[in-house]
Design a protein around this ligand. Structure first.
Ligand code: FES
Length: 119
């Protein structure tokens, strides 16, 4: 089973084992308490699940036009940017950095947790 390592902008790291080819990164993040924003609920209509694939990107399906169009709305988009809700984990391990944009949205979605935010 592949492992996904989530790194958040606050320095936290979460490592989870997942089934290849089933869940997307947003579903995995939500299932394991990782702070990834999801303003549109995971239907590729925002960019709040924006993340960076640090390792393992070559195992992923190619980005389609819809995802690319949505990422164009994002902040600090990089060559390794993906939308978590559009990225299915395949056979290889991934290291995924949550974008600042994404964690900001997550805290907006969870105002009761803002007091624990670092900095
Ligand atoms: Fe909106 Fe992924 S949650 S595009």
């Amino acid at each position: 089973m592949p492992k996904v390592t989530f790194i958040d902008p606050e320095g936290g790291t979460t490592v989870v084992e997942v089934s290849a080819g089933s869940d997307d990164l947003l579903e995995i993040a939500e299932e394991h308490g990782v702070k990834m924003g999801s303003a549109c609920g995971g239907v590729c209509a925002c960019s709040s699940c924006h993340c960076y694939i640090r390792e393992g990107a070559d195992s992923l399906d190619e980005m389609d036009d819809k995802e690319a169009d949505r990422l164009d709305m994002g902040f600090d988009v990089r060559p390794n940017s993906r939308l978590g809700c559009q990225t299915i984990v395949r056979a290889r391990d991934l290291v995924v950095e949550i974008s600042k944009e994404s964690i900001d949205v997550w805290y907006n979605e969870h105002p009761e947790r803002r007091s624990e935010r670092a900095g």
